[in-house]
Design a protein. Sequence first.
Length: 157
Amino acid sequence: MLGAGLRLSETTGLKWKRVDLRTGRIEVREGKGGKDRMLWCGDGALDALRSWRQRQTEEAGRELEHAFTAMSGGALGNPLDNRYAQEMVKRYAEKAGIEKRVTPHTLRHTFATDLLNETGNVRMVQKALGHARLSSTMIYTHVADADLEEALKGLRS
């Protein structure tokens, strides 16, 4: 979610045939609003996906259709339940010592803010997030403005 800006439902519904483990390209099919889009993840996320695919295949004893699945009991191989994925994000954030409330949408927001800070291109962020309207993307600019304010204040010191 963090590495590509995926929505929760896009993550839990992601199929391996839509992930290119050589290039990091992720094809989102029928995201929100029924839109398709292409995303790419960085090397760290790509390495994690490769390792996960290998572990998932070994533990399940076969290749599974969905990228993120339950790995035990009668649910083995079933796509992760959205609620379970939400709890997993919360649990790992707490384990990492993050005191702030972290949700799957927090990860998407962080991705968008980082992309905007890196590129300065709000249209690129719009495309990556799959927003139909630029106004939906503009909520991420206030964070970049806060960073700008801090940087400019530092110049005057």
